[in-house]
Design a protein around this ligand. Structure first.
Ligand code: XMP
Length: 305
């Protein structure tokens, strides 16, 4: 386990030494990895760092407002509304890896523009150890690993937490006194709600996933899951009032894990599951069914795509 205090001191010194008087950019998603990396870099080089938060339209409920508040101490923070751009680009795309590819491409374009505008020579990334392992193993392409450096001619890439596991990054976040909404935040995938919507990403499906995820996060807080969320997995018949409806099927997933490489489905009590089901189906007219996923990783992955 990393010793937070000396690690932070050393990381700040290293970033200062590497970036010097140059400018840097970081994609700040609000996840613990990018938040810690951005905070370390901000402490090292101040407003020479431009943290860029891209609202892809695939973010959690209330995420953008939360970011604006939490990182208000960073004067150079840029919030980019790119919702239409991402959702338009995803129209008609159904293959999971192709979805990641489209999102990665759009993301690169947006960040590239910001990097040019701010004259950034360095890219700071919140890559952690498991991201590198899974990408190298070809299990899944994580869009926060690779891609960007090939397109934008950065002088250097700075990855202050590249050798750490998620729980170690959380330790740093606590030591850096980041708010607990950040330090204790569940992992959220780079492609966002797009991987919590099976098949084509539409505004309607994303909205269902966003609201359902919010309900699940609220209801399962006391279980302290490593990750808990809802996904839109298909359509099925139901009855609402006197009508038969062909509504969305929402899958609820809650897992324990250390690093996301393996995970165990959590055992939840019936009342909790029923409360989740009832809130989701009553709040969302177009949802006809809620199921709970009992599969561990392996053989399933944590996300649905
Ligand atoms: P899986 O679904 O592969 O997820 O079992 C393992 C962990 O990684 C997250 N995840 C992603 N993170 N880009 C990311 O930045 C991605 O494309 C991606 N896919 C999965 C997932 O949420 C879990 O924490």
């Amino acid at each position: 386990m990393v010793d937070p205090e000396p690690f932070i001191e050393e990381a700040i010194e290293e970033i200062e030494a590497e970036v010097g008087d140059a400018n840097a950019v970081i994609a700040l998603s609000g996840g613990v990895d990018s938040s810690v990396s951005a905070t370390l870099a901000y402490r090292a080089i101040g407003d020479q760092l431009t943290p860029v938060y891209v609202d892809t339209g695939l973010m959690r409920k209330g995420e953008t407002e939360e970011i604006r508040e939490t990182f208000s101490f960073m004067d150079s923070l840029r919030i980019v509304d790119a919702q239409d751009r991402f959702l338009d680009a995803l129209s008609g795309v159904t293959d999971p890896e192709e979805k990641r590819h489209v999102i990665g491409e759009e993301f690169i374009r947006v960040l590239e523009r910001e990097a040019r505008e701010t004259g950034a020579d360095y890219l700071v990334q919140g890559t952690i150890y498991p991201d590198r392992i899974e990408s190298e193993g070809g299990i899944k392409s994580h869009h926060n690993v690779g891609g960007l450096p090939e397109v934008v001619d950065f002088e250097g890439i700075v990855e202050p937490v590249r050798d750490l596991y998620k729980d170690e990054v959380r330790e740093l976040a606590r030591e850096l006194e980041l708010e607990s909404v950040i330090s204790e935040r569940m992992p959220f995938p780079g492609p966002g709600l797009a991987v919590r919507v099976v098949g084509e990403v539409t505004r309607e499906k994303v909205e269902v996933a966003r609201e359902a995820c919010h309900v699940v996060e609220e209801e399962l807080e006391s279980y302290e899951p490593w990750q808990a969320f809802a996904a839109v997995v298909g359509k099925g018949t139901g009855v609402k009032g006197d009508n038969r409806v062909h509504g969305w099927i929402v899958a609820v997933r809650s897992v324990d894990s250390r690093d996301g490489m393996t995970a165990q489905a959590q055992e939840l009590d019936w009342e909790t599951l029923q409360r989740i089901q009832s809130r989701i189906t009553s709040q969302l007219d177009n949802v006809s069914r809620v199921v709970y996923d009992v599969t561990h990783k392996p053989p399933a992955t944590i996300e649905y795509e």
